[in-house]
Design a protein around this ligand. Structure first.
Ligand code: NAP
Length: 211
C-alpha cells in the first residue's frame, strides 16, 4: 500500500485505468470531466502493469509510465496516482484492483471505473466480469464519432445479461491518442500541445518511443 491508499476518507471516487503510454491531455480532460459530472472526491490514476490483453505489443517500462502519469497530474489537487497494480505480481485484473480498493476504502465506497470505450467494448471477455460490474460503475470515454452501433449493441447486451448500466461520456480531446503520439515521435513530428510539457520533456530526456 502506498501513501495515497492510506487516506480512507474518500467515499466517492473514480479509478482511471489505462496503459498511459504516454499519458496525454485526452486522458486528463476525461478524468476531470467525469470528476465534475459525478461530483467525485478524487480520481485515482491506475497505470497498468501487465495487462492480460497487451501481450502483442510490449509497453514501455512501467516506471516510465508511472512517472509520466505523476508529472501530468501533479497540478490537479483532485488527482492521485496509484501504484496498486504496479506493485502486484502476476497479471493485473481490474476485478482484483477494485476488490483491493474496497478493502482499503470500505464496502460503502462508490467507485467509478473510467476507461476508453474501445477497451470497454471487450469487457465481456474480462476476468470475473459479473462480479466486476457489481462492485464498480463503469464509465466509457469515447472519442468524437466513436459512439456507433457496436457500442450501442454492447451496452444493450451488458444491460440484458447483467442488468448493469454503463455510462458513456464523449470527450472531444480524446481525438488525441497515445498511438499517434508514439508514431509522431518515431517520425520526428511535433507532439507539442498534445500532452503536458513536463511529460514531453520526460519523453525526450528518457529517449522514449524513438525505436
Ligand atoms: P488500451 O487498449 O490501451 O486502450 C483502449 C483504448 O482506450 C485506446 O483507444 C486508449 O487510448 C483508450 N484509453 C485507455 N485508457 C483510457 C482512459 N483511462 N481514458 C480514456 N481513454 C482511454 O486499454 P488499456 O489502457 O490497456 O486498458 C484500459 C483499462 O482496462 C486498464 O485499466 C486495464 O487494466 C483494464 N482492462 C482490464 C482487463 C481485465 O481485467 N481482464 C482487460 C482489459 C483491460 P490511448 O491509447 O490514447 O490511451
Amino acid at each position: 500500500m502506498n501513501i495515497n491508499e492510506k487516506n480512507k476518507s474518500y467515499k466517492r471516487f473514480a479509478v482511471m485505468g489505462g496503459t498511459f503510454d504516454p499519458i496525454h491531455y485526452g486522458h486528463l480532460v476525461t478524468a476531470e470531466a467525469v470528476r465534475d459530472k459525478f461530483e467525485l472526491d478524487k480520481v485515482l490514476f491506475m497505470p497498468t502493469k501487465n495487462p492480460p490483453h497487451k501481450m502483442h505489443r510490449p509497453t514501455s517500462d512501467v516506471n516510465h509510465r508511472y512517472l509520466m502519469t505523476v508529472l501530468a497530474t501533479i497540478t490537479n489537487p483532485y488527482f492521485e496516482v496509484s501504484r496498486l497494480e504496479i506493485e502486484r505480481t502476476g497479471l493485473t485484473y481490474t476485478v482484483d484492483t477494485i476488490r483491493e480498493l474496497r478493502n482499503i476504502y470500505g464496502e460503502d465506497a462508490q467507485i467509478y471505473f473510467i476507461t476508453g470505450a474501445d477497451a470497454i467494448l471487450e469487457i465481456l471477455t474480462w476476468h470475473n466480469v459479473e462480479e466486476l460490474l457489481g462492485i464498480c460503475q463503469f464509465v466509457a470515454a469515447t472519442r468524437p464519432g466513436f459512439y456507433g452501433k457496436d457500442m450501442e449493441q454492447k451496452l444493450i447486451d451488458i444491460k440484458s445479461k447483467y442488468n448493469k448500466e454503463i455510462f458513456s461520456i464523449e470527450v472531444p480531446s480524446l481525438a488525441i491518442s497515445s498511438t499517434d503520439i508514439r508514431n509522431r515521435i518515431k517520425n520526428s513530428k511535433t507532439i507539442r500541445y498534445l500532452l503536458p510539457e513536463a511529460v514531453e520533456h520526460y519523453i525526450r530526456k528518457s529517449k522514449l518511443y524513438t525505436d
